[in-house]
Design a protein around this ligand. Structure first.
Ligand SMILES: [Zn+2]
Ligand SMILES: [Zn+2]
Length: 182
């Protein structure tokens, strides 16, 4: 099962290639990246945030219209939320093979620290691989270093490695095999 990354114009420019290569390496699936061709609706002015569910709807409709079976991940610079949350790093909809990641809260600058491109790449890769893990049917993992651990804070995300624990790795490989055969 291949992965297509749509890099939105508001996402950090110049990071798309290293992120794409590392996501591909962590997940061990063919991955491509291109400029996001989708119009991202769902901005809620009163919150200064974008509704991630609307973004997933957009990806879902695009995939159906174009007959695309690849997984699609949109990386956006917009801050995102879904109903019942204040904010999100990312959101996945396994039934649609669609996911979204926001870099808005992955930058050092958001937390009043000096910017660091390597930090931002590392976090974007971990969050992207996490959401794609959900698309392969993986749930959250209790191992704090595992990609599938649910990060509630930036510190949680920092504690994670670009690594699936042996249990999650096994589930991922099985799911990928099933997808490839179907
Ligand atoms: Zn998750
Ligand atoms: Zn795990």
């Amino acid at each position: 099962m291949d992965l297509l990354i749509f890099w939105d114009s508001g996402a950090p420019a110049g990071l798309e290639l290293p992120v794409m290569r590392m996501v591909s390496g962590v997940l061990e699936i063919p991955t491509r990246v291109c400029a996001n061709p989708l119009i991202l609706n769902g901005y809620v002015g009163s919150r200064h945030q974008t509704d991630a569910s609307v973004l997933l709807d957009t990806i879902d409709m695009f995939k159906q219209r174009q007959g695309i079976r690849h997984l699609i991940l949109v990386v956006t610079g917009n801050d995102i939320f879904s109903t019942g949350t204040t904010s999100l790093f990312g959101l996945a909809r396994p039934s649609a093979g669609a996911a979204v990641v926001s870099t808005a809260r992955l930058t050092n600058e958001f937390y009043g620290r000096d910017g660091d491109e390597d930090d931002l790449i590392d976090r974007t890769v971990k969050e992207s691989a996490h959401e794609i893990g959900h698309l392969f049917g993986l749930d959250h993992c209790m191992t704090p270093e595992c990609i599938m651990h649910n990060p509630l804070t930036l510190d949680d995300l920092e504690r994670k490695k670009r690594w699936f624990c042996p249990e999650c790795k096994g589930l991922l490989e099985t799911a990928n095999l099933v997808h490839s055969l179907s």
